[in-house]
Design a protein. Structure first.
Length: 130
């Protein structure tokens, strides 16, 4: 597994989401799937994917003349890395203002608010038992 703080560029997010949809996959398949959205050439996609292998975000397995790629990180790991980056850079590590910003920015339903309250209560219970 790569280092705990996973940071993906916008291009890497585009690629890894396509890989998560169908893996293992080859670079030509990814390029074809993303062509309309990105207008990237095969060489661009292959370069990004090879860099992602070097960063530990993807794995590559060569079978004869075909390279198959798989994600080396889960969606949850990538999302946590993105949140950690935002917390560190946009909120100077202060969680409460970040959560306040998310609450203010979102149009949350009563059901969503109830789910958030339940998550906080569960977290509080676990913190007391430690």
């Amino acid at each position: 597994m790569p280092h705990s703080e996973i940071e993906l560029t916008e291009a890497e997010w585009t690629i890894i989401k396509a890989v998560w949809e169908k893996q293992p996959c080859a670079a030509p398949d990814i390029q074809e799937r993303l062509e309309k959205k990105t207008a990237w050439t095969y060489s661009t996609v292959r370069t990004i994917m090879d860099r992602m292998v070097a960063k530990g975000l993807l794995t590559a397995e060569k079978i004869r003349n075909l390279t198959l790629y798989r994600s080396a990180v889960t969606r949850e790991q990538a999302q946590r890395g993105e949140l950690a980056y935002a917390l560190k850079h946009a909120f100077n590590g202060a969680l409460t203002p970040m959560v306040q910003c998310l609450l203010d920015a979102g149009d949350l339903s009563a059901d969503e608010l109830a789910k958030l309250e339940t998550l906080i209560k569960e977290k509080r219970k676990r913190a007391k038992t430690k």
